[in-house]
Design a protein around this ligand. Structure first.
Ligand SMILES: NC(=O)c1ccc[n+]([C@@H]2O[C@H](COP(=O)([O-])OP(=O)(O)OC[C@H]3O[C@@H](n4cnc5c(N)ncnc54)[C@H](OP(=O)(O)O)[C@@H]3O)[C@@H](O)[C@H]2O)c1
Length: 329
């Protein structure tokens, strides 16, 4: 069994009277939290939820101080499976239990997933929670019956973490992917395999309960009015996988697309995905759902020291692709 240092290096978010203090510090290893497995963290990543966990209005952090980081990949150094390469995400990680932005994480054994064969720690975090969510969305759409060749599939928030990986996974599987973005990002989205890039305003529709049937399916990471505007534009029998809320949580719609066109709304949750499905999606992420651009094209790398501006940028919708955080020194 490896000896844990008395203190571990960590990025901490601590609630104070005037807001949340964020920054690099140390945490006694005795305070890493409950769990039967200790993982030496190699990489974590930056997700929208991580940024919410570090701001007063985020309503995500449930302990203080908190080590944020809703996902991590590393090596088990204590507990069952010592020496195993693993990853973990969701559950209470980085929310109500210290997460991936620390050298070590102590977690319940049933939170860890074996690192799939053919994938290293960095690649696993280039996918991270966002990529897992995108893969789950694609798997659920296909279980619903959507197939390549059915027609254009729309991805909203396409330059974001969920969006980028969704574009990449769908394009690699032979779908005609239309990427909607608020950024000037044609070159980037082309490189991920988008067949067409359109602006955010181009997905709004005409506001009628039933509109022109443009999309066989959609992966939406935006929510709000954008999601509401998609249902009238989905083809008969198609589906929308709803994953996120960057544009808001209220969705005003009518029943018409659902009862006259058999359109389905598929809710995608990565946090409590049952262990069997979680492991299977990760296995497939190393195989038939693997995004081809797992390295520099889709993910840039930062250190814990560079985390704060990245957290601020993702809140502004300003990050493109995925950001992996090198935790091991
Ligand atoms: N269901 C789950 O289990 C799960 C898992 C992971 C993430 N999520 C959620 O999914 C969403 C995306 O997460 P992420 O980590 O991919 O975040 P992200 O990297 O910030 O991506 C979000 C993208 O949404 C677009 N966007 C931002 N603000 C917008 C606005 N006001 N109106 C329209 N579009 C806007 C931007 O893309 P463009 O500039 O390209 O338009 C942005 O890059 C978040 O809400 C997150 O909480 C949910």
């Amino acid at each position: 069994m490896a000896e844990l240092p008395g203190e571990v290096r960590a990025f901490l978010a601590t609630k104070g009277e005037d807001g949340v203090d964020r920054g690099l510090g140390t945490l006694p290893s005795s305070e890493l939290g409950e769990g039967d497995v200790v993982v030496r963290v190699a990489f974590s990543s930056v997700n929208y939820k991580d940024a919410l966990a570090t701001i007063p209005k985020g309503q995500v952090a449930r302990i203080s101080p908190l080590v944020p980081g809703i996902d991590l990949a590393g090596t088990v150094v204590e507990g069952a499976g010592e020496g195993d390469e693993v990853l973990a995400h969701g559950h209470d990680l980085g929310v109500a239990h210290h997460g991936g932005y620390a050298e070590y994480a102590r977690v319940p054994a049933d939170w860890v997933v074996p690192l799939p064969e053919g994938m290293n720690h960095r690649q696993a975090m280039a996918i991270g929670t966002a990529g897992f969510t995108a893969a789950l969305a694609v798997a659920r759409l296909e279980r619903h019956g959507v197939q390549p060749g059915d027609g254009p599939v729309l991805v909203t928030g396409a330059t974001g973490g969920v969006g980028s990986t969704a574009v990449s996974i769908l394009a690699a599987r032979g779908y005609e992917v239309v990427a909607s973005t608020g950024k000037d990002a044609r070159e980037y989205l082309d490189s991920l395999g988008a067949a067409e890039v359109i602006g955010r305003d181009d997905v709004a529709g005409d506001g009628k309960p039933l509109g022109k049937q443009r999309w066989a399916a959609a992966v939406d990471s935006v929510g709000g009015a954008v999601l509401a505007g998609l249902f009238p534009q989905i083809r008969y029998g198609g589906a929308v996988a709803a994953t996120g809320l960057t544009a808001g949580i209220a969705v005003e719609t009518t029943v018409m697309p659902f009862i006259l066109r058999s359109v389905a709304l598929l809710g995608i949750d990565s946090v409590e995905t049952p262990a069997e499905e979680r492991t299977e999606i990760w296995r497939r992420l190393a195989d038939d759902l693997r995004p081809p651009q797992l390295d520099d094209a889709i993910a840039r790398e930062i250190s814990l020291e560079e985390l704060e501006p990245a957290l601020d940028a993702i809140l502004e919708g300003g990050l493109t692709g995925r950001t992996v955080v090198r935790v091991a020194t």
